[in-house]
Design a protein around this ligand. Sequence first.
Ligand code: GLN
Length: 549
Amino acid sequence: MPTPPKYVVVTGGVISGLGKGVVTASLGTILQAQGYQVSMVKIDPYINIDAGTMRPTEHGEVFVTADGGETDQDIGTYERFLGKDFSKKNNITTGQVYQTVIRRERNLDYDGKCVQVIPHIPMEVERRLKEIGGGADFVIVEVGGTIGDYENILFLEAFRNMHLRGERIAFVHVVYLPVPKNLGEMKTKPAQHSVRMLNEAGIQPTFIIARSEDFIDDVRKEKISTFCNVKPDHIIADPDTDTVYEMPLIFHRQGLTKNLLDFFGLPTKDGLGAWEQFVQKIKSPHHEVKIGIVGKYFDIGSFTLEDSYLSVIEAVKHAAWHHQAKPRIQWLNAKEFEKNPVSLSSLAQYDGIIVPGGFGATGVEGKIAAITYCREQRIPYFGLCYGMQMAVVEFARNVCGLKGAHTTEIDKHAPHPVIDILAEQRKNIEESNYGATMRLGEYPATLKAGTLVHRLYGTQVAKERHRHRYEVNPAYIDRLEKAGLNFSGVSADRKLMEYIELPDHPFFVATQAHPEFTSKALKPNPLYLGFIRACLERRAAPVAIPSHR
Ligand code: GLN
C-alpha cells in the first residue's frame, strides 16, 4: 500500500490579492527541492465549471492545461514554479463539485439516501483530492477567496473533517499586516480576527505567513503567536520583493522548509539547488531588453492588464533572464495606432514586438498596422494565436494584394476570408455552446526542416497548447506561400497551419498556439528564447529606421 499523501492547505485572510498563489507555489517548490513528489490543487469557490467563461480583465488570465482545461491562472503559477504540467483536475470549482453530486444523485448512486450539502459536498471534495493526490507525497491545496466568505466554507469543512479523521494536514494561513501611514507601525489585529474566523470553521492554523511591506519583527511575531495560538517560529514573513521567484528562498531562509517537514516528522536536506542560481541570475542582469506588447483592454488599469496576460509576461521574463537580460515590458494600445498612425514609428524604440492572443474587433486594425511596421522595418515580431491570425491577414492584404482580407471572426463577409472558423466550431457558436468548446489543450505540430522554428525547438515535432476557434483558411495557403509566407509547422493531419515565419526577416514568427503556457521558470519556452535572442541582437546592432514611412 502506498502511504497516503500529506496535505498542506493554504487559506487567506484580511484582504484578497495577497499573492496566495505565489505562497502556495513556493511551498510546492521548497518541498519538491527536498526530493518529494508534490501535487498542487487550486480550489475556486465559484459556480462556474471552469475559468473559460470568465472575463480575464476581471478574473485574470485563463490558463490552459495540456489536457485542455481552462483553469485559474494560479495553475499557471504552479507549473512555472514547479516545472511540471498539471491536469485540469488540479483546479476544483464549486460548480464541478455540485455537478458531480447532482449527476450521481440522478444515477441513484446514493442508494436512496437524502443527498445533503453536508456531508455529501465535502465528501465529493475529498474524493477529488484523493484522486489528484494519488502517488504524491504532498498535496498542496490553495483555497481561493478570503476567510469569512460564505462560498469557501464547504471546502474548509472538507479539510476540518479530514483532519478530524487523522489525515496529516498542515494549515497555512496567509494574513496581511497593514502599516497605516499615520502610525508607521505594522498592525496585527486584522490578522488576529481572520484567525478567529478560521477557528470558527474548526481549523487551527499550523503556520502563519505574514504578508506585509517588510519583514515582521519579533514583537509582532510574539503578539501573533500569543493571540493566534501559533508557535513563533511558525510565523513566516512574506515581504514585498522585486520578483516573486525569490519567495521560495525567503521562506527557506526563515526555516519554513525545516519547520514544515519537522511538523510531518520528516528530515530536511539543505539548500534549494538550482533555484538559488536562478534567482541570482535574475538579480545580476548584464543587459536590458525592451519588449512592446500591442493589445487592448487599456481602460482597466495596468495591474489588471498584466494579470490578463500573465503567462506571456512570465514567458518573456524567463527567456530574458536566461539570456541574462533585464526585461522591460511596455503595453502599447492598439487603438492608439488606429487613431494616430504616425505613432507607429514609436515601435522602432523597442527591441521586439508581441501581438498576443485576443478576441473581437477592438484595436484589430491597430494590431495589423503594427505588424506591417515590424515586417517592413525588420523589427523582431512574435505573434501568439490572434497575433498569428492578424499577421496572416496583414500579409494577405499588403503582400498578396488581397484587398479586404480578414478573419471571419470580425468580417463575416470578407471578400478574402483568410482566417475562418472550423465547421464544428461554427456549430458550437450557432448553438451558444461556449463552455470548453474551443480547440483546447496540447496538440503536436510537425515542423518543416530548415525553418527557424525547427531550429529553435530542435525537434521535428513541437507540442504546444491551444485556445481558439479560427484557423488559416486552407483555400488561401497556396497563394500566401507563393508570396513568401512560410508555413513552418502544421498539425499532424497537415490540415491546420500552426506556425508561420518570414525567411528574410531577423525574426518574424507567429504561432496558432500559446507557447507561453509551457514556459517554466527554469526551462523557458524555445520560441520565446529565440525571440529574445533576436531582440538582443537588434539591440546590439540596430537597423537604421527611417523616421516615418
Ligand atoms: N479569437 C481567435 C480565435 O478564436 C484567437 C484566439 C486567441 O488568441 N486565443 O481563433
